[in-house]
Design a protein around this ligand. Structure first.
Ligand code: APR
Length: 259
């Protein structure tokens, strides 16, 4: 069933672009997890409307006052992420990978929902919330195993624990940045789903893909700085609805063309 807002002809065009593409990438942002109950960072109801990211999501704040950063930001994030489950958009990308129509997901999200939906090749560009690391001895542990009866939680060595997510002011892991740039330069088709495309260096990846001649397809209820400049077209709608419709069209066409 085509979502009310999405142009049917554009859905058909996207299905054809994906079906004939030999190397397809999906880039995702917070918007793909909104239908899983995780608020975005920017725009209506965005997290950064409620708290100042430079005061609570910057590495300097975490080092200087970890108790406040845990109390104001990380504790609530853990509660929201503990409840979140994959939605049709995450499942749709996993299905495309299973059909051999999607090579890699490069996500800014730290919620682990792509892997939970079954995606196997996922680059967590901004790290992951699934694991914590001791800021003194470096010991790692699963976030699920961390008790929050004291803030900040501590390692058995006494050091403060922090999520393995990238805070503002920290570098993207070089191995993730390099592989993502290489994949973007080599892909035929790039899906850009649920990102405001304002944070660098992630937002440069669609520009690299476009410069290398790839077809760039956005999925977002709103326009972004990429729309009309870098992306070939925008499927204007919620990621879950659009991906469900897109995968349905592709699977139907595969069934009809299978000898
Ligand atoms: N389906 C698809 N897109 C959606 C949906 C939805 N249901 N709901 C909202 N969106 C779109 C919004 O229109 C917006 O363009 O998702 C985007 C969310 O943008 P941001 O909140 O800025 O998230 P993101 O682009 O991932 O932010 C990038 O900024 O704060 C840092 O590290 C944080 O990784 C994050 C980075």
């Amino acid at each position: 069933m085509t979502p009310p807002t999405v142009d049917t002809a554009l859905l058909q065009r996207a299905a054809a672009d994906i079906a004939r593409s030999r190397r397809t990438l999906a880039l995702t942002g917070a918007g793909i997890s909104v239908e899983s109950g995780i608020p975005p960072f920017r725009g209506k109801g965005g997290l950064w409307e409620k708290i100042d990211p430079m005061k609570y999501a910057h590495i300097d704040a975490l080092v200087k006052d970890p108790e406040t950063v845990w109390r104001v930001l990380i504790k609530d994030m853990k509660e929201v992420l503990d409840r979140a489950r994959p939605n049709d958009a995450h499942r749709g990308l996993a299905r495309l990978e299973e059909m051999g129509l999607l090579q890699t997901v490069i996500t800014q999200n730290i919620d682990g929902l792509h892997q939970a939906a079954g995606s196997r090749d996922v680059i967590e560009f901004h790290g992951s919330f699934a694991r914590q690391r001791c800021m003194d001895c470096g010991r790692k542990m699963a976030t699920a195993d961390v008790e929050l009866h004291e803030l900040p939680p501590r390692c058995r060595c006494g050091g403060v624990l922090r999520p393995e997510a990238i805070f503002f002011g920290e570098l993207i892991p070089p191995e993730h940045l390099l592989r993502s740039q290489q994949l973007a330069a080599a892909c035929d088709t790039m899906l850009v789903i649920g990102t405001s495309a304002v944070v660098q260096p992630f937002a440069s990846l669609p520009v690299i893909a476009r410069g290398a001649g790839a077809t760039v397809i956005e999925i977002n209820p709103e326009k972004t700085p990429l729309t009309g400049e870098i992306s070939d077209y925008l499927l204007a709608g919620k990621a879950g609805q659009v991906m469900r419709a897109l995968v349905d069209i592709i699977e139907k066409e595969l069934r009809e063309t299978r000898p």
